[in-house]
Each structure stands twice: as structure tokens, then as C-alpha cells.
Design a protein around this ligand. Structure first.
Ligand code: URA
Length: 180
């Protein structure tokens, strides 16, 4: 399950791995967590078509167990190629597995919604939307964190950066890409 979205997205979300529904449909974040992600995107004026959405691992871990480190490393070249091709300005790791790619020693509860720059790319970690579905106490936090992401995007645009789906390096057009 490779991922999908706008080839010119300047905003990229990286989850953990496909679950049951994603595995059946071949699309990322289409189950309950995905519906919540759609709502969160909507809350900051975005649609999923505006961004690129993928996962750390491209195959469903059996019974939705956590991906093993060897599975994450087996898929990492694929993810590298996706990041290189989309060339996003802002990457949002969703949850601890994606977080570990950039912040291997940090916990998501400490670094969530604290942007850091890596090679010119802003990395803005957030709780995984499924975490808020399992623990309703996290909902207000993830919603406030998304509002901070929205503010960061607005600040970037007011400084002349392109909107979420207007990455100048990747051409224009609203064609959706799911071939990665
Ligand atoms: N959870 C993820 O991490 N990724 C998906 O695609 C769906 C649920």
C-alpha cells in the first residue's frame, strides 16, 4: 500500500502502516483513523487531495501489530524515494514509529507540535489520529496541535511559501498520484 496524494504537495503525512481497510483498498488512512484525519485536515482548511499521505511500512503488519525494526528498514528506501519525489516543505510524522525516523530518542508526548528543520524540511510531529480514537482525552490535544500546524502553514504562506498543494518544484495540476 504505497500512499497517495498530490504530486505537487508541499505537505506530507507519514503514518505507521496499513491496517485492514487500507490493505483491502490499497489506499492510506481510509478506516476510522483516516476519517478522523480527514476531519483534522478539514479543520485547517485542507482536503486529503491537497497533501500526500503515506506510511513507514508499505505492507500490513499481521493483526495490526507494531512494525518490526527490520520491516521499517526494509521499507525505508521506498519512503526515501517518495520524500525525494514529492519534495515536501513540511513533513508530519504521525505517531511514534514515524517520529523515530527524525527524533529517535524523543517521545511523541514531548516533541509533538514542535517543529524542527532537517536539511531545509520542517518536521512537525503529531500524535497518531488513532491514539485520539483510543484515548478520548487526547482529542483536544491533537486538535489543538493541528491548529498549530495550520498556523505554521499560514505563516509560511504569508512569507511567500507556496500553499499545501502548490509545490513549485513538482509542477502544477491536481492530478492524484498513487503509483509510488
Ligand atoms: N494507520 C496508519 O498508520 N496508517 C494508515 O494508513 C492507516 C492507519
Amino acid at each position: 500500500m504505497p500512499g497517495e496524494g498530490a504530486p505537487n504537495a508541499s505537505l506530507m503525512f507519514i503514518g505507521e502502516g496499513p491496517g485492514f481497510n487500507e490493505d483491502r483498498q490499497g489506499r492510506p488512512f481510509v478506516g476510522a483513523a483516516g476519517q478522523y484525519l480527514d476531519e483534522l485536515l478539514h479543520s485547517i482548511g485542507l482536503k486529503r487531495e491537497d497533501v500526500f499521505i503515506t506510511n513507514m511500512v508499505k505492507c500490513r503488519p499481521p493483526n495490526n501489530r507494531d512494525p518490526f525494526p527490520g520491516e521499517i528498514s526494509a521499507c525505508s528506501g521506498y519512503l526515501d524515494a517518495q520524500i525525494e519525489a514529492i519534495n515536501p516543505a513540511v513533513i508530519v510524522p504521525l505517531g511514534r514509529h514515524a517520529l523515530a525516523r527524525w527524533f529517535p530518542r524523543d517521545s511523541i508526548s514531548k516533541v509533538r507540535a514542535r517543529p524542527r528543520t532537517f536539511d531545509g524540511v520542517t518536521v512537525f510531529p503529531l500524535y497518531h489520529p488513532a491514539a485520539a480514537l483510543h484515548n478520548s482525552a487526547l482529542r483536544a490535544t491533537i486538535e489543538a496541535d493541528f491548529a498549530k500546524l495550520g498556523a505554521l502553514l499560514r505563516d509560511r504562506e504569508s512569507q511567500g511559501a507556496p500553499a499545501a498543494n502548490e509545490n513549485p518544484d513538482e509542477g502544477s495540476g491536481s492530478q492524484q498520484l498513487s503509483m509510488f
